[in-house]
Design a protein around this ligand. Structure first.
Ligand code: GDP
Ligand code: MN
Length: 410
């Protein structure tokens, strides 16, 4: 499941934990709820003591660090009012399988907790929670700040029942955010005096952080107005554009592969562009555009793609074998459709690669394989496959391939 803001911004990206996102915000001068990450109850107590020295807080919030929102609802965010409670609550959250509205039914294992200062302390005013995200507005080729005075845990419900309470501010990426835009945000949130000024600063620095970190999404829910009118980020969901990581060498270590799909992690290691999907027909294609078209073809034939896989230009035996092995790790796969266009690479070489990989893998291939090769030497390739004696069906035309997929999945 994807978060409210993430549905507007999906692309090749690296998700961060709350504490990592807050570190980035902090480095750009965005005020955050302070915290220290811990992996054991003992570390949690030490973290709480340190926070007490630095901030004077004597209440703490223990927050599960997993790549999923809705942790509060799932019991992954709890207030501790003493060091004993810090120890007890951390002990119960670390190692738990946290199930939230955004995780699968099995939930996510918690390896770390963030020990944060309590920022909902009493004072002249009640603390107030707002929603704010910065994201790509692809349709308009601009950035966008989306925000609402109704922040907290249920922004999806706000969007559905009271959409007029969701505001947007469109920002030209070449110009950057103008101060009047930040003032409009503060005004629409109903702020005055010190809190208004703080919000203007918050929005300006938040946008700068988004742009400079090459993020594709910042989602801060809640942004808090404390009882003494400070504005700060209490939560953070930060997604960084993968393609920018060469510019941010220090971000590479923020990747937590425990949170990622294991097949996708393995694909990355062997240099294959693979995205796991829910369907039953595996596909191996060269070129992202053809891969998309192939997924459409599978759908039209009554199947459902099990993955997106672009093997790239060099579809030799080793690469084809690596791709077959990845696809077959998904237990839902009932058939594999190979769709290769021989433009730079010759079809007969790819066909030979498929035959070699198949022979090499022996029993490992236990589903029907349909191969469509089109382009240079397509007819020689078809002959090669048809004469191989292997259980591989060949096709040259798109429709032929579709019919063969249909025959297998229906
Ligand atoms: P999420 O549920 O995964 O979005 O996690 P959040 O970081 O947004 O925390 C969930 C909720 O915990 C917030 O909406 C707050 O109501 C509550 N919370 C967070 N920080 C504090 C705090 O310092 N004190 C208190 N009392 N509650 C907090
Ligand atoms: Mn939140």
């Amino acid at each position: 499941m994807i978060t409210f803001a993430a549905q507007f911004s999906r692309l090749s990206s690296m998700n961060l934990h709350e504490y990592q996102g807050k570190d980035i915000l902090n480095s750009f001068g965005v005020r955050i709820q302070r915290g220290i990450v811990a992996e054991t109850p003992e570390e949690a107590v030490a973290a709480a003591k340190k926070l007490n020295e630095e901030t004077g807080t004597s209440w703490y919030v223990i927050k599960a660090q997993v790549h999923a929102g809705g942790r509060g609802k799932g019991g992954g965010v709890k207030v501790a009012k003493s060091l004993d409670e810090v120890k007890e609550i951390s002990g119960s959250i670390i190692g738990m399988n946290l199930i939230t509205p955004q995780t699968s039914a099995e939930g996510k294992k918690v390896h770390q907790v963030l020990i944060a200062e309590d920022v909902y302390y009493p004072g002249d005013n009640e603390p107030e929670e707002y929603y704010m995200s910065v994201l790509l507005d692809r349709a308009n080729a601009r950035n966008m700040i989306m925000y609402s005075p109704e922040g907290g845990m249920d922004i999806e419900a706000v969007a559905e029942k009271t959409p007029h309470l969701i505001f947007t501010e469109s920002i030209d990426p070449a110009v950057g955010i103008m101060p009047f835009q930040a003032r409009r945000v503060a005004f629409n949130l109903g702020l005055k005096g010190q809190a208004f000024k703080e919000m203007v600063r918050f929005v300006m620095s938040l946008y700068t952080a988004y742009a400079k970190s090459d993020a594709t999404l910042f989602e801060i829910n809640p942004v808090l107005k404390t009882s003494d009118d400070k504005i700060m980020a209490v939560d953070s969901k930060v997604t960084i554009d993968d393609n920018s990581l060469f510019r941010h060498k220090d971000y590479a270590e923020l990747r937590d592969i425990r949170e990622e799909n294991p097949i996708e992690v393995e694909a990355k290691e062997v240099g294959l562009n693979y995205v796991d999907l829910d369907g039953n027909v595996g596909c191996m294609v060269n070129g992202a555009g053809l891969a998309m078209a192939t997924m459409d073809l599978i759908k039209q034939a009554g199947g459902d793609p099990a993955n997106f896989l672009d093997v790239g230009g060099t579809a030799d035996a080793a690469r084809v074998e690596a791709a077959f092995r990845l696809i077959l790790k998904d237990p839902n796969v009932k058939a594999i459709l190979v769709n290769i266009f021989g433009g730079i690479v010759r079809c007969d070489r790819v066909a030979q690669g498929i035959v070699d990989a198949y022979k090499n893998m022996g029993d490992a291939i236990n589903v029907p394989i349909i191969v469509r090769l089109q382009g240079t030497n397509a007819d020689i390739a078809k002959e090669l496959i048809d004469n191989s004696g292997l259980d591989v069906q060949s096709a040259i035309e798109f429709q032929e391939a579709a019919d063969k997929v249909q025959a297998v999945v229906s």
